[in-house]
Design a protein around this ligand. Structure first.
Ligand SMILES: Cc1cc2nc3c(=O)[nH]c(=O)nc-3n(C[C@H](O)[C@H](O)[C@H](O)COP(=O)(O)O)c2cc1C
Length: 332
């Protein structure tokens, strides 16, 4: 059997194949609410059930952590009803679905949300320096505890809405990535310093979510393993972090970029496979990889070379809703 067509079971979530739709913000929500436009979009992308797994676009867990005004909210119990409709469409089309949950930290904007942004340290988001970005407030330990409980509440809502699990967003420079990266985490308490300390918030979050949602719900992490920037996080940090996540109870790790973002110009398809391969050597949970993958031959190669267990694809699906069908039904 072709590797891409091999089923995979993660806890009780049975994936029909190894092809995943990557999380992609659509800006189609209205004040955080799921809209018909959003439902139609996910229906179109998942029709036919060719994708084993869908990871939704990021959903904010509290309004001050909203990255974009058109983002989906999972911050309040009233959001559950709309999310249920979203889950139902994807399940009815034959795919499993994880809710990506996130806080934008210092990437959130005061003029959009009305709150002074927060972060691990009072350091302007590296991507906003050139845009006169605001200095965020460094979070106190009490605020970190509160943040963990907000992610737990969001995970509970995801469960109530019928999602197969959650994915914590710790990539592309958002709050959890701001704790992970030495570029933005200069704390001198237990949440800063060595990589083990920089991922203490993640570890506590995984444990707290597991306790809340039980054994039947998948907990995944999207990790911007390496910043690919001087003095930033390294692949070795990713290896140490991944081991700590597994020990805490993580089920699935999805490798992308850190403060460099999700793209890599003029790079080979699967351009974060240096990190995913290194991490795959030390963990016994499935590893997912995204970045620049558009062709069947590249998917086959990355799986065969053990660069990942699951292949996640964004822009090819964004551009062509029949892309997954073509990949899964045409031999090329
Ligand atoms: C329009 C757009 C929106 C995105 N939104 C998210 C997001 O909400 N969460 C996330 O983790 N990644 C997001 N990404 C990154 C994708 O998940 C993916 O990692 C990236 O596009 C690289 O994969 P690709 O080359 O197959 O597109 C987004 C990418 C695009 C193009």
């Amino acid at each position: 059997m072709e590797l891409i067509k091999k089923p995979l079971k993660i806890r009780n979530m049975e994936l029909a194949n190894r092809l995943v739709m990557a999380p992609m913000a659509t800006s189609k929500a209205n004040n955080g609410e799921v809209t018909q436009k959003l439902l139609d979009y996910y229906d179109e992308k998942t029709k036919g059930g060719y994708l084993g797994l869908i990871i939704t676009e990021h959903q904010y867990i509290r309004l001050d952590g909203r990255a974009d005004p058109g983002q989906i909210s999972i911050a309040e119990d009233k959001d559950i009803e709309g999310l249920k409709r979203l889950v139902k469409i994807i399940h009815d089309n034959g795919s499993k679905v994880l809710a990506q949950i996130s806080h934008a930290g210092s990437a959130a904007k005061m003029h959009e949300n009305g709150f002074v942004p927060i972060s691990a340290s009072a350091i302007v988001h590296p991507r906003l320096i050139a845009k006169n970005g605001m200095t965020p407030q460094a979070m106190s330990e009490e605020e970190i505890d509160e943040m963990i409980s907000l992610f737990v509440k969001a995970a509970n809502r995801a469960k109530a809405a019928g999602f197969d699990g959650v994915q914590l967003h710790s990539a592309h420079g958002y709050l959890l990535n701001q704790f992970y990266s030495p570029l933005t985490n200069k704390r001198s308490d237990q949440y800063g310093g060595s990589v083990d300390q920089r991922v203490l918030i993640h570890v506590k979050m995984i444990k707290a979510i597991r306790e809340a949602v039980g054994d039947d719900h998948v907990i995944a992490m999207r990790l911007g393993a390496c910043d690919y920037i001087e003095n930033g996080s390294t692949i070795n940090d990713g290896v140490v972090a991944a081991k700590a996540f597994v020990e805490a109870g993580l089920d699935l790790i999805d490798i992308s970029g850190g403060f460099n973002g999700y793209d890599k110009a003029q790079a080979e398809p699967g351009y974060f496979s240096d990190a995913s391969f290194a991490i795959k050597q030390v963990v016994d949970i499935p590893v997912m990889l995204a970045g620049g993958i558009t062709k069947k031959m590249d998917i086959d190669r990355l799986l065969k070379e053990d660069k990942a267990d699951l292949i996640s694809v964004g822009r090819a699906i964004l551009k062509d809703s029949d892309w997954a069908k073509k990949i899964m039904t045409i031999d090329r």
